[in-house]
Structure formats: structure tokens, C-alpha cells
Design a protein around this ligand. Sequence first.
Ligand code: SF4
Length: 316
Amino acid sequence: APVLLEVRGLKKYFTIRRGLQVRAVDGIDFHIRKGEIFALVGESGSGKTTVGRVVIGLYHPTAGQVMFDGKDVHRLSGAELYRFKRRAQIIFQDPYASLDPRMTVAEIIGEALDSHGLAHGRERLHRIAELLRVVGLNPEHASRYPHEFSGGQRQRIGIARALAVDPEFLVADEPISALDVSIQAQIVNLLARLQAERGLTYLFIAHDLAMVRHLSDRIGVMYLGHLVETGPTREVYRKPLHPYTQGLMSAVPIPDPRRERQRHRILMEGEIPSPINPPSGCPFRTRCPRAEEVCARVRPELKPVEPGHQVACHLY
Ligand code: SF4
């Protein structure tokens, strides 16, 4: 499939005080093909959410480009920008904060339809009812307010709002992290079904690998603003290469204890260092159990170890 999204040399720094910069994203490259689910995984503070926001156009990059269907997202204007906003949508992490409490569900979804002049009158009502059905909500509840719904139902409303403009590409920014564990699988299944039915392309942002294991085609692991490993999901699971990915794996509950031993189980110590003053050389070296002298001096580049499987680590 052709590449739909390509991120090149992306950096996003935030200035918090004069002279103090947070390097939230510090030079990353990846691409997503049409119809693919690419998962970006990392702890909080890794920069993954910032990547999602730059990709969708909510933040302007400090350096680098986001190419969508061959065009630089941050150089679009007029009709092209309007079209991009229809083709690419975002689902936010917190379904409590991202829905206006003063608007009914019908108004929330209707607003999305109206923003692109997609339906009027009776057809508009039909579209709203249909969207609610698609995400598994009762269309008769369209006149209710967000607070009348559970967390999982609110996330379904957020998904219906994103789908209203019939997008091709969705950024799902930790869409299940704020939900009860019992609800999480339902939302993941809904997103997977929508992707299959509509041929959608996803950038799926998550903080643990277990969430995306069965959903994503490829994974990118982020640490302190850098992409440290990317590859097909199955490959990364079968053979995690980066010590950080191996550490993340050890947090994944594995039902079979014999298989657990096969995985290089590493307990990660310490917190992510501050992105204001990141370590020299390899960003992971302060927590890495295998760090060598070179790791403090030279930043490892992301390079292919096997076809499609890349890692940024001096061990390879
Ligand atoms: Fe660890 Fe060095 Fe590899 Fe970084 S480059 S992950 S510090 S071994």
C-alpha cells in the first residue's frame, strides 16, 4: 500500500521559561501506509502525545516535516487545509475533558457534520443516528448530555464525532487509558472493527505494549523524544532488540511462565530523565542495564537490523 503519512526529522521543543526548553520530540522519522495501524508506545514523558498533535496539525513542529499524501501538513492553507481537516481526525485520551458538557450528543456530532457542510435537515438527523449506531450507542439518546454517559460511552461519542466527517486517517491518543480495564477491550474492538470496515489508517498512541499487541501492524517505541525501535508488531514481540523495549516487555503480563523466562526480562529502574536536560549520547543510558562507555558519548542512530526492524542502540 502507498505511504499515507511520513514524518521526517520531526522536532518539537517547548519553551517553558526564558532559556529553558523541553525537547518533547527530538528528531524522529517514521511512516504509515494506507490501511495500516501504527502504534506509538512509550511512558508518559516520551513525547508520543506531542507527535500525535503535530501530525494532526494542532502543534507546529520546531523542525522537520509531516507529509500527508505527499503534502506538508504544516504548509497547507485554504481549501487544502480544509480538506486535510476532514481527512484526518483525532480521538483524545480523556473522554471527560474532550466533550463540551453544555452540548447534547446530537449537537456534538452535528457540529462536526456542519463544519464541513456534510448534511442538512432530516438527513443530518439520520447521519447522527447512524453514527451513534455505528459506535454502539442508542440513537434515542442523542438528546442527552455527556455527563449522562459512562466513560466508555463518552469515548464512543468521541469516536462518532471523529467519524462524522468520514476521515481516512485517525490519531487515537491513548483512547483507552482513562477507561476501566473492563471497558478497554470493547473500545479497542470497536476501533479495530471500524478500521477494517472503513479501511482507515491509524496512528495509535499507547503507554503499554499489551494494549496494541493484537491491534497494530507495526510498532514504534519512543523514549525521551526519540524513536528507539520500530518494526512489525509480531517481530518486536518475538524479538525486542532495544533494552528499553525489553524493559517494557517485562511489564507485559505473560500467562505462560515458561515463555516469560525466554523473554529478556529486565526490570527498569528510575524515572525518565528530564527532557529539559537530556543525557548525552543515548537517551536511555541512565536506565540501561547494558550501557557501555560509548553510550555516553555517541547518540545511536535508528538503523535496520532486520528488514523493516530498526533499532537505535550501540549493541547492534
Ligand atoms: Fe543501552 Fe547503550 Fe543501547 Fe543506549 S546505546 S540502549 S545505553 S546499550
